[in-house]
Design a binder for this molecule. Structure first.
Ligand SMILES: Cc1cc2nc3c(=O)[nH]c(=O)nc-3n(C[C@H](O)[C@H](O)[C@H](O)COP(=O)(O)OP(=O)(O)OC[C@H]3O[C@@H](n4cnc5c(N)ncnc54)[C@H](O)[C@@H]3O)c2cc1C
Length: 383
């Protein structure tokens, strides 16, 4: 975090730094730095090390094994982890389903899910989008009909990130076809090993297997796996965002990207000519950081945050993409795949093109840019 930290915040930052220095496997952080894939077991090992320290789930209350940090402390932690190129742990586990179970789960659900979710022994994926329901999510159709103590679930989810590796999926399903769209939806936790579940990979245009289609054919799901009341799933889903909306600015990620840009400007012959463009991005990043910190500070003091996070999401995702454009310009042909260790090009540019195309998805994931523009126009500008 730039600017002045209080003494306590600076001490906290130093504590996090020392932990990362001592515990982060250099081989794994080197993978993260280069943009190379990190395996499920590497991510889980990192989650376990964090959990021993009580830091695996920064947004969870102490009572459930979280650290009970303020939002600013979470921001500092995030920045330090990104700067050290630590693996980014699953947002599905820590920021979505975990907090939802804490808030809406009964004792049995908490006992069954919270610990393995916190330690990353159990991986979750998010089953919201359907082929005809994305921005307009309330039109989702996947049906769950009651049969004694079970629901029988049939339908399809799509764009399901990480389903290939996940153990469980949290799904929005339609339990009342006659109610108004948002009123007939329930929130189900479904074991992906259940008979009748089938996963089919979807490849992104950078060649990565990023998503899946998940098909449900008469899948039996115990009613006990419903989170919250029947037909109240929309309320559960909305609450998933909570404070997380304040972390959509990608400030820490952007700082990491700017570090990569600066590295490329040093590594790649003649790329230093682009240094003025890097300065211009740094100015944008400082403005984003100032706005983000203002909102985090207000929220820490108990203030209500309105629709402002839509601005953060929009500007943060656009900035990552602008960093990518510059990184790609700097890396130029050095970002093409090479035939081995003997190739004299800089290693820092190996995954630049793949990363740039991956980040195009930020325009869409978590609410598209057009939808953010609508929210800003209506709720921030009052148009
Ligand atoms: C990287 C990535 C990961 C994802 N991971 C998951 C996941 O794990 N689980 C999951 O459930 N989903 C996931 N999604 C899906 C994502 O939630 C949807 O893609 C998103 O909600 C948009 O829905 P859609 O693709 O159906 O596009 P649509 O909603 O059909 O939109 C198509 C176009 O119309 C525009 N548009 C739509 N409505 C309006 C409006 N009211 N005003 C102006 N323009 C509008 C959109 O901006 C877009 O340009 C992921 C998507 C991406 C890109």
């Amino acid at each position: 975090m730039r600017g002045s930290l209080s003494e306590a915040q600076a001490a906290f930052r130093d504590e996090v730094r020392a932990f990362l220095e001592a515990e982060l496997d250099p081989q794994v952080s080197e993978k993260v730095r280069r943009g190379a894939p990190v395996s499920r077991s590497e991510a889980a090992l990192w989650a376990k090390k964090l959990d021993v320290r009580g830091w695996a789930a920064p947004s969870w209350p102490r009572e459930y094994g979280g650290p009970g940090w303020s939002l600013i402390e979470r921001h500092i932690f995030d920045e330090e982890c990104r700067a050290a190129h630590a693996p980014v742990l699953s947002g599905m586990n820590y920021n979505m389903v975990g907090p939802a179970i804490i808030r809406y789960g009964n004792d049995a659900q908490k006992r069954e899910h919270l610990e393995p979710t916190r330690t990353s022994e159990r991986f979750w994926c998010q089953g919201y989008s359907e082929p005809q329901a994305g921005s307009d999510l309330a039109t989702l159709r996947m049906q769950a009909r009651r049969d004694g103590d079970d629901y029988i679930v049939s339908g399809q989810k799509t764009w399901t990130t990480g389903a290939e590796d996940a153990d469980w999926i949290f799904c929005l399903v339609r339990t009342d076809a006659d109610a108004k769209p948002q009123r007939g939806i329930s929130f189900l936790l479904i074991d992906l090993k259940s008979p009748g579940v089938r996963r089919k990979p979807l490849y992104a245009f950078n060649g990565k297997m990023l998503w899946n289609e998940v098909f449900f054919d008469e899948v039996r799901v115990p009613v006990a796996n419903r989170l919250g009341e029947e037909n109240q799933g929309w309320t559960v889903a909305k609450s998933l965002l909570g404070d997380e909306r304040l972390f959509v600015s990608r400030v820490a990620e952007n700082k990491r990207c700017l570090g990569l840009v600066r590295q490329a400007l040093e590594d790649v012959p003649r790329a230093h000519e682009l240094v003025d463009k890097a300065h211009a991005l740094d100015v944008r990043l400082r403005a984003l950081e100032a706005t983000s910190l203002r909102l985090l500070t207000e929220a820490d003091a108990g203030g209500q945050v309105g629709a402002e996070p839509s601005m953060l999401k929009l500007l943060g995702s656009q900035l990552v993409q602008a960093m990518d454009v510059l990184l790609l310009e700097a890396a130029a042909h050095w970002s093409l795949p090479s035939d081995g260790e003997g190739y004299p090009g800089p290693r820092s540019t190996e995954y630049v093109a793949s990363g740039a195309y991956h980040h195009r998805g930020y325009t869409i994931a978590g609410g598209t840019s057009e939808v953010q523009h609508n929210i800003i126009a209506q709720q921030v500008l009052g148009l």
